[in-house]
Design a protein around this ligand. Structure first.
Ligand code: SAH
Length: 244
Protein backbone atom coordinates (compact mmCIF):
# COMPACT_ATOMS: atom_id res chain seq x y z
CA UNK A 1 0.00 0.00 0.00
CA UNK A 2 1.38 3.41 -0.89
CA UNK A 3 1.63 6.16 1.75
CA UNK A 4 -1.30 7.88 -0.01
CA UNK A 5 -3.35 4.67 0.23
CA UNK A 6 -2.57 4.32 3.91
CA UNK A 7 -3.56 7.94 4.55
CA UNK A 8 -6.83 7.34 2.70
CA UNK A 9 -7.57 4.20 4.73
CA UNK A 10 -6.92 6.09 7.98
CA UNK A 11 -9.00 9.10 7.03
CA UNK A 12 -11.95 7.02 5.83
CA UNK A 13 -11.79 4.71 8.87
CA UNK A 14 -11.79 7.74 11.17
CA UNK A 15 -14.97 8.97 9.47
CA UNK A 16 -16.55 5.66 10.46
CA UNK A 17 -15.10 6.03 13.98
CA UNK A 18 -12.99 2.93 13.42
CA UNK A 19 -9.44 2.50 14.64
CA UNK A 20 -7.66 0.12 12.28
CA UNK A 21 -4.11 0.96 13.39
CA UNK A 22 -3.46 -2.61 14.60
CA UNK A 23 -4.69 -4.06 11.27
CA UNK A 24 -3.05 -1.74 8.73
CA UNK A 25 -0.43 -4.33 7.79
CA UNK A 26 -3.14 -6.89 7.13
CA UNK A 27 -5.17 -4.49 4.99
CA UNK A 28 -2.01 -3.77 2.97
CA UNK A 29 -1.50 -7.52 2.51
CA UNK A 30 -5.14 -7.98 1.50
CA UNK A 31 -4.73 -5.24 -1.11
CA UNK A 32 -1.69 -7.03 -2.58
CA UNK A 33 -3.42 -10.40 -2.66
CA UNK A 34 -6.48 -8.90 -4.29
CA UNK A 35 -4.46 -7.14 -6.97
CA UNK A 36 -2.48 -10.32 -7.70
CA UNK A 37 -5.62 -12.48 -7.65
CA UNK A 38 -7.37 -10.03 -9.92
CA UNK A 39 -4.76 -10.40 -12.64
CA UNK A 40 -5.16 -14.15 -12.46
CA UNK A 41 -8.90 -14.51 -11.94
CA UNK A 42 -10.54 -11.24 -12.89
CA UNK A 43 -12.30 -11.10 -9.54
CA UNK A 44 -13.38 -7.50 -9.32
CA UNK A 45 -13.93 -4.54 -11.60
CA UNK A 46 -12.19 -2.25 -9.13
CA UNK A 47 -8.50 -2.15 -9.84
CA UNK A 48 -6.92 1.06 -8.56
CA UNK A 49 -5.62 1.20 -5.02
CA UNK A 50 -7.93 4.07 -4.16
CA UNK A 51 -10.99 2.23 -5.47
CA UNK A 52 -10.15 -0.96 -3.62
CA UNK A 53 -9.56 0.88 -0.35
CA UNK A 54 -12.72 2.98 -0.52
CA UNK A 55 -15.20 0.89 -2.48
CA UNK A 56 -14.20 -2.54 -1.15
CA UNK A 57 -12.53 -2.14 2.25
CA UNK A 58 -14.27 0.91 3.66
CA UNK A 59 -17.59 0.13 1.99
CA UNK A 60 -17.50 -3.34 3.57
CA UNK A 61 -16.77 -1.86 6.98
CA UNK A 62 -19.85 0.38 6.86
CA UNK A 63 -21.76 -2.77 7.91
CA UNK A 64 -20.35 -2.04 11.38
CA UNK A 65 -22.58 1.06 11.66
CA UNK A 66 -25.24 0.50 14.28
CA UNK A 67 -23.22 -2.12 16.17
CA UNK A 68 -25.17 -5.10 14.85
CA UNK A 69 -21.96 -7.02 14.12
CA UNK A 70 -20.30 -6.22 17.43
CA UNK A 71 -20.31 -9.63 19.11
CA UNK A 72 -19.22 -13.22 18.81
CA UNK A 73 -21.77 -13.79 16.10
CA UNK A 74 -21.85 -16.70 13.74
CA UNK A 75 -22.18 -14.75 10.49
CA UNK A 76 -22.79 -15.80 6.89
CA UNK A 77 -21.78 -13.53 3.98
CA UNK A 78 -24.28 -14.36 1.25
CA UNK A 79 -22.70 -13.99 -2.21
CA UNK A 80 -19.27 -12.95 -0.97
CA UNK A 81 -17.59 -12.83 -4.42
CA UNK A 82 -13.92 -12.06 -3.83
CA UNK A 83 -14.63 -11.80 -0.08
CA UNK A 84 -16.73 -8.67 0.50
CA UNK A 85 -17.75 -7.69 3.07
CA UNK A 86 -16.39 -10.85 4.79
CA UNK A 87 -12.62 -10.30 4.62
CA UNK A 88 -12.48 -6.65 5.79
CA UNK A 89 -14.98 -7.57 8.52
CA UNK A 90 -12.80 -10.45 9.66
CA UNK A 91 -9.83 -8.08 9.98
CA UNK A 92 -11.71 -5.32 11.77
CA UNK A 93 -13.95 -7.49 13.96
CA UNK A 94 -11.99 -10.65 14.87
CA UNK A 95 -14.68 -11.83 17.30
CA UNK A 96 -16.99 -12.68 14.40
CA UNK A 97 -16.94 -16.21 13.05
CA UNK A 98 -17.52 -15.81 9.34
CA UNK A 99 -18.78 -18.09 6.59
CA UNK A 100 -18.26 -16.43 3.18
CA UNK A 101 -20.65 -18.19 0.79
CA UNK A 102 -20.63 -18.12 -3.00
CA UNK A 103 -21.86 -20.47 -5.70
CA UNK A 104 -18.70 -19.92 -7.79
CA UNK A 105 -15.85 -22.20 -6.75
CA UNK A 106 -12.96 -20.12 -8.09
CA UNK A 107 -14.10 -17.15 -6.01
CA UNK A 108 -14.30 -19.25 -2.85
CA UNK A 109 -10.89 -20.78 -3.58
CA UNK A 110 -9.50 -17.24 -3.67
CA UNK A 111 -11.24 -16.27 -0.43
CA UNK A 112 -9.96 -19.43 1.29
CA UNK A 113 -6.36 -18.88 0.16
CA UNK A 114 -6.53 -15.23 1.16
CA UNK A 115 -7.99 -15.96 4.60
CA UNK A 116 -5.23 -18.51 5.18
CA UNK A 117 -2.52 -16.08 4.06
CA UNK A 118 -3.90 -13.51 6.53
CA UNK A 119 -4.09 -16.05 9.35
CA UNK A 120 -7.86 -15.69 9.66
CA UNK A 121 -8.79 -19.02 11.21
CA UNK A 122 -12.28 -17.77 12.12
CA UNK A 123 -13.15 -17.54 8.39
CA UNK A 124 -14.48 -20.76 6.82
CA UNK A 125 -15.45 -20.20 3.17
CA UNK A 126 -18.11 -22.35 1.56
CA UNK A 127 -19.12 -23.12 -2.04
CA UNK A 128 -22.89 -23.40 -2.40
CA UNK A 129 -26.18 -21.72 -3.13
CA UNK A 130 -28.20 -19.94 -0.48
CA UNK A 131 -31.35 -21.76 -1.68
CA UNK A 132 -29.75 -25.16 -0.96
CA UNK A 133 -28.24 -24.16 2.38
CA UNK A 134 -31.53 -22.63 3.45
CA UNK A 135 -33.23 -26.01 3.11
CA UNK A 136 -30.40 -28.03 4.71
CA UNK A 137 -30.44 -29.14 8.32
CA UNK A 138 -26.82 -28.09 8.72
CA UNK A 139 -27.40 -24.42 7.85
CA UNK A 140 -31.09 -23.53 8.19
CA UNK A 141 -31.72 -21.48 11.31
CA UNK A 142 -28.06 -21.66 12.34
CA UNK A 143 -26.74 -18.13 11.95
CA UNK A 144 -26.88 -15.12 14.29
CA UNK A 145 -26.18 -12.71 11.45
CA UNK A 146 -26.30 -12.70 7.65
CA UNK A 147 -24.71 -9.94 5.57
CA UNK A 148 -24.88 -9.39 1.80
CA UNK A 149 -23.44 -6.74 -0.49
CA UNK A 150 -24.49 -6.17 -4.10
CA UNK A 151 -26.22 -9.53 -4.55
CA UNK A 152 -29.93 -9.01 -5.39
CA UNK A 153 -33.04 -6.93 -4.83
CA UNK A 154 -34.24 -6.76 -1.22
CA UNK A 155 -37.23 -9.15 -1.62
CA UNK A 156 -34.91 -11.76 -3.18
CA UNK A 157 -32.39 -11.28 -0.39
CA UNK A 158 -35.09 -11.61 2.27
CA UNK A 159 -36.11 -15.04 0.94
CA UNK A 160 -32.47 -16.20 0.73
CA UNK A 161 -31.21 -14.82 4.04
CA UNK A 162 -34.02 -15.19 6.58
CA UNK A 163 -34.22 -19.02 6.47
CA UNK A 164 -30.54 -19.17 7.47
CA UNK A 165 -31.05 -17.06 10.61
CA UNK A 166 -32.11 -18.23 14.04
CA UNK A 167 -35.16 -16.49 15.46
CA UNK A 168 -33.87 -13.18 16.84
CA UNK A 169 -31.02 -13.08 14.32
CA UNK A 170 -30.37 -10.08 12.04
CA UNK A 171 -29.78 -9.69 8.33
CA UNK A 172 -27.77 -6.61 7.31
CA UNK A 173 -28.23 -5.85 3.60
CA UNK A 174 -25.83 -3.40 1.94
CA UNK A 175 -27.52 -1.41 -0.80
CA UNK A 176 -26.88 1.76 -2.76
CA UNK A 177 -29.79 4.20 -2.83
CA UNK A 178 -32.96 2.12 -2.50
CA UNK A 179 -36.32 2.97 -4.09
CA UNK A 180 -39.57 3.02 -2.10
CA UNK A 181 -40.84 0.24 -4.39
CA UNK A 182 -37.93 -2.05 -3.54
CA UNK A 183 -38.16 -1.25 0.15
CA UNK A 184 -41.91 -1.89 0.22
CA UNK A 185 -41.51 -5.19 -1.61
CA UNK A 186 -38.71 -6.04 0.84
CA UNK A 187 -40.99 -5.31 3.79
CA UNK A 188 -43.72 -7.56 2.43
CA UNK A 189 -41.24 -10.32 1.55
CA UNK A 190 -39.71 -10.10 5.03
CA UNK A 191 -43.15 -10.66 6.57
CA UNK A 192 -43.74 -13.65 4.30
CA UNK A 193 -40.49 -15.38 5.37
CA UNK A 194 -40.75 -14.68 9.11
CA UNK A 195 -39.18 -11.28 9.65
CA UNK A 196 -39.48 -7.54 9.64
CA UNK A 197 -37.45 -4.55 8.43
CA UNK A 198 -36.23 -2.99 11.68
CA UNK A 199 -33.86 -0.31 10.39
CA UNK A 200 -33.17 1.67 7.22
CA UNK A 201 -29.89 3.55 7.65
CA UNK A 202 -29.12 5.98 4.81
CA UNK A 203 -25.67 7.54 4.76
CA UNK A 204 -22.81 8.60 2.51
CA UNK A 205 -19.62 6.66 1.96
CA UNK A 206 -16.58 8.48 3.47
CA UNK A 207 -14.54 10.62 1.04
CA UNK A 208 -16.49 9.79 -2.16
CA UNK A 209 -19.87 10.71 -0.69
CA UNK A 210 -21.66 7.94 -2.63
CA UNK A 211 -25.14 7.18 -1.31
CA UNK A 212 -25.50 3.95 0.64
CA UNK A 213 -28.26 2.24 2.60
CA UNK A 214 -28.06 -0.48 5.21
CA UNK A 215 -31.36 -2.29 5.55
CA UNK A 216 -31.61 -4.41 8.69
CA UNK A 217 -34.14 -7.26 8.94
CA UNK A 218 -34.89 -9.18 12.11
CA UNK A 219 -36.10 -12.76 12.03
CA UNK A 220 -39.07 -12.94 14.35
CA UNK A 221 -40.50 -16.42 13.81
CA UNK A 222 -39.49 -19.59 11.97
CA UNK A 223 -39.58 -19.32 8.18
CA UNK A 224 -42.37 -21.36 6.51
CA UNK A 225 -40.94 -24.64 5.15
CA UNK A 226 -41.57 -23.72 1.52
CA UNK A 227 -38.94 -20.94 1.67
CA UNK A 228 -36.42 -20.57 0.19
CA UNK A 229 -37.92 -21.94 -3.02
CA UNK A 230 -35.70 -24.04 -5.27
CA UNK A 231 -32.57 -22.70 -6.98
CA UNK A 232 -33.15 -19.69 -9.17
CA UNK A 233 -36.83 -19.20 -8.27
CA UNK A 234 -36.27 -16.46 -5.65
CA UNK A 235 -34.42 -14.43 -8.32
CA UNK A 236 -36.70 -15.15 -11.27
CA UNK A 237 -40.01 -14.91 -9.41
CA UNK A 238 -39.20 -12.55 -6.52
CA UNK A 239 -41.79 -12.19 -3.76
CA UNK A 240 -43.90 -9.04 -4.30
CA UNK A 241 -41.47 -7.71 -6.90
CA UNK A 242 -41.04 -7.58 -10.64
CA UNK A 243 -38.19 -9.77 -11.88
CA UNK A 244 -35.43 -8.03 -13.78
N1 SAH B 1 -20.49 -9.41 -2.25
C1 SAH B 1 -19.47 -9.29 -3.28
C2 SAH B 1 -19.89 -9.91 -4.61
C3 SAH B 1 -21.10 -9.33 -5.26
S1 SAH B 1 -21.48 -10.11 -6.82
C4 SAH B 1 -19.11 -7.82 -3.46
O1 SAH B 1 -19.86 -6.96 -3.01
O2 SAH B 1 -18.07 -7.52 -4.07
C5 SAH B 1 -22.73 -11.28 -6.32
C6 SAH B 1 -22.15 -12.62 -5.93
O3 SAH B 1 -23.22 -13.39 -5.37
C7 SAH B 1 -21.63 -13.43 -7.12
O4 SAH B 1 -20.30 -13.83 -6.85
C8 SAH B 1 -22.57 -14.62 -7.21
O5 SAH B 1 -21.90 -15.82 -7.58
C9 SAH B 1 -23.13 -14.73 -5.80
N2 SAH B 1 -24.50 -15.27 -5.69
C10 SAH B 1 -25.61 -14.80 -6.30
N3 SAH B 1 -26.69 -15.53 -5.95
C11 SAH B 1 -26.26 -16.49 -5.09
C12 SAH B 1 -26.91 -17.56 -4.39
N4 SAH B 1 -28.21 -17.76 -4.53
N5 SAH B 1 -26.16 -18.35 -3.60
C13 SAH B 1 -24.81 -18.13 -3.49
N6 SAH B 1 -24.15 -17.14 -4.12
C14 SAH B 1 -24.85 -16.33 -4.91
Amino acid sequence: MTPEGLALLRRAAAELSLDLSAQEGQFARLLELLQAGNQRLNLTALKTEEDIILKHFIDSLTTLRGGHLNGEWRTLDLGTGAGFPALPLALAQPKLSLVPLDSIRKKIDFVRETAQALGLSQVTPLVGRAETLGQSEEHRGQYDRVVARAVAALPVLAELALPLLRVGGLFVAQKGPISDEELNAGRRAAGEVGGRVVEVDEFNLPISGDARTLVVLEKQRPTPAKYPRREGVPTHQPLFWKAK
